[in-house]
Design a protein around this ligand. Structure first.
Ligand SMILES: Cc1ncc(COP(=O)(O)O)c(C=O)c1O
Length: 399
C-alpha cells in the first residue's frame, strides 16, 4: 500500500495513451494516421517564437511572480476586455503552466470531499479525474444529440443538489467541436441565478477557434455580467496560438479564488516559465492575423474531411462550429461482426481502426458516451482523405 488512496483513482489521459500507441506502431514501420491528439499540427506563430528566443537571449530566464509577470497579466486583461467584455484587475488574473493546470488549481482551491461538480457528457477526458483529485464527485449530465451534444439548462437543473459546488464546461466542446449558442447560455444564466452557491467554471481554450465566422464563442459574461463574481474563465496559448509545448495558460475570476490559485501554484510549481510568459505576451498582442489564417485553414480542412466522411454509409457526422474535432456517430455498427468478433462498443472500433487500418481515433466512451468517435482534423488534408478512405474500408467489412 505505497500509494495514497487519492492516487488510486488516478487514470492516465486516454488520449495521450492512444497517441503513444499510434507512435509505437509508426516506429514499427506502419503508416499510421493519428487523428487522436488535440494538438495543432501547424507551428507556433513567429511572433511568439521570436519573443521566446529574445527572452533566452536577454536573460529573461529567472523566477517570476507565482501568478505571472505584470506585463503578461496586463496583456491578458486587455485581451479579456476585448473577448469577454469585462475588466479584470491584475489580482484577478493568474497564469500557470497550461490551461489544464489552472483548471486543476481552481478545483483544488474550491472543492473538497462531499462536493459535487457537474459536467456534461460528452466531456473532455480529463475533467472527471481532475474533479476526483480535488476530493469532489463528478456528476455527469448526458447531453442529447437533439441538443447538439450541448447540455440544456433545464436538464442541468435536474442534477443540482445542495452539494453542487460548480458547473465545469467547455464551449466550443472537446470532443464535439460544437458550441453553446447565446440563447443556451441565457437559459443557463436564469438557472444559475436560482442557485447562488454554484460556481461557473468556463473553459474557453477553443473560444477563438470558431469555424462559423464569429470572432469569439458566446460566453456567460457576455449575457450575464451580473454573475461575474461567480465565474472563473480559463484560457491559454495551446490551441489558438499553437503553443502546446510551451505550457502556458491563465484564469480570470474573483480575487479570492485567483489569490488562492496563485498561492497554491507558488507551493506546487513556483511560477510558470518566464520564457513562455514572454512569448505569450507577444502572441496575444501580435497573433491576430495568424489566428485568422489558422481559422481559414481549419474551415478548409473541415470541409474536405466532412465531404469524405459523408461517403461512409450509416455513420452520422456532426459538422463542427469550433475547435478541430469531428464527432462521428458509429452506433449503427455496434452489434455487427468484424472477422467473426462481435463489435460491442466504440473502444473496439477504435482499437481495430488503429491496429488493423492504422487510423488513430478516440472512442466516445472516453468522453462518457458509447457509440461515437472523436476525429481530430488538426492534420494534413491529404492524410484526412486517406484516413477517411481507410475508415470507409473498415466499416464496409463489418457485417
Ligand atoms: C477542453 C480542453 N481544456 C484544456 C485543455 C488543455 O490545454 P493546455 O494545453 O493549455 O493545458 C485541452 C487540451 O486538449 C482541452 O481540450
Amino acid at each position: 500500500m505505497r500509494l495514497s488512496s487519492r492516487t488510486s483513482k488516478l487514470k492516465a489521459s486516454p488520449t495521450l495513451q492512444l497517441a503513444a500507441r499510434a507512435k509505437e506502431l509508426s516506429a514499427q514501420g506502419h503508416n499510421v494516421i493519428s487523428l487522436t491528439v488535440g494538438e495543432p499540427d501547424w507551428p507556433t506563430y513567429d511572433c511568439a517564437s521570436r519573443a521566446g528566443i529574445e527572452a533566452i537571449q536577454n536573460n529573461i530566464t529567472k523566477y517570476t511572480p507565482a501568478s505571472g509577470t505584470v506585463e503578461l497579466r496586463k496583456t491578458i486583461a486587455e485581451k479579456t476586455k476585448e473577448d469577454l467584455g469585462q475588466d479584470y484587475a491584475l489580482n484577478e488574473i493568474t497564469v500557470g503552466p497550461g490551461n489544464k493546470f489552472v483548471i486543476f488549481q481552481a478545483l483544488q482551491v474550491l472543492c473538497e470531499a462531499g462536493d459535487e461538480v457537474i459536467i456534461q457528457a460528452p466531456y473532455w477526458v480529463s475533467y472527471p479525474t481532475m474533479i476526483e483529485l480535488s476530493g469532489a464527485t463528478p456528476i455527469i449530465a448526458e447531453a442529447s444529440a437533439a441538443s447538439n451534444f450541448m447540455l440544456k439548462a433545464k436538464d442541468f437543473e435536474k442534477y443540482v443538489t445542495h452539494k453542487t459546488k460548480a458547473f465545469l464546461f467547455c464551449s466550443p466542446s472537446n470532443p464535439t467541436g460544437l458550441h453553446y449558442t447565446e440563447q443556451d447560455i441565457k437559459e443557463f444564466a436564469e438557472v444559475f441565478r436560482k442557485y447562488p452557491q454554484i460556481m461557473i467554471l468556463s473553459d474557453d481554450i477553443y473560444n477563438r477557434l470558431l469555424l462559423d465566422g464569429s470572432r469569439v464563442a458566446p460566453h456567460i459574461l457576455h449575457v450575464a455580467p451580473d454573475l461575474k463574481n461567480r465565474v472563473v474563465s480559463f484560457n491559454g496559448g495551446s490551441k489558438a496560438y499553437s503553443m502546446t509545448g510551451w505550457r502556458i495558460g491563465w484564469a480570470t475570476g474573483p480575487q479570492d479564488i485567483i489569490q488562492a490559485m496563485g498561492d497554491y501554484q507558488s507551493q506546487a510549481t513556483g511560477a510558470p516559465s518566464s520564457i513562455a510568459q514572454h512569448a505569450l505576451v507577444s502572441a496575444l498582442k501580435k497573433g491576430e492575423s495568424d489566428i485568422q489564417k489558422t481559422i481559414q485553414l481549419l474551415v478548409h480542412r473541415k470541409n474536405i474531411f466532412m465531404s469524405e466522411l459523408y461517403k461512409i454509409p450509416k455513420v452520422h457526422v456532426y459538422e463542427p462550429t469550433g475547435a478541430f474535432y469531428i464527432w462521428m456517430d458509429v452506433s449503427s455498427y455496434l452489434g455487427k461482426k468484424y472477422e467473426s468478433a462481435v463489435i460491442e462498443n466504440d473502444r473496439q472500433i477504435s482499437q481495430i481502426l488503429l491496429e488493423k487500418f492504422f487510423v488513430g481515433t478516440v472512442p466516445g466512451t472516453e468522453s462518457g458516451m458509447n457509440g461515437y468517435l472523436r476525429l481530430s482534423f488538426a492534420t494534413d488534408e491529404k492524410l484526412l482523405t486517406v484516413a477517411s478512405q481507410r475508415m470507409k474500408d473498415f466499416f464496409s467489412q463489418l457485417s
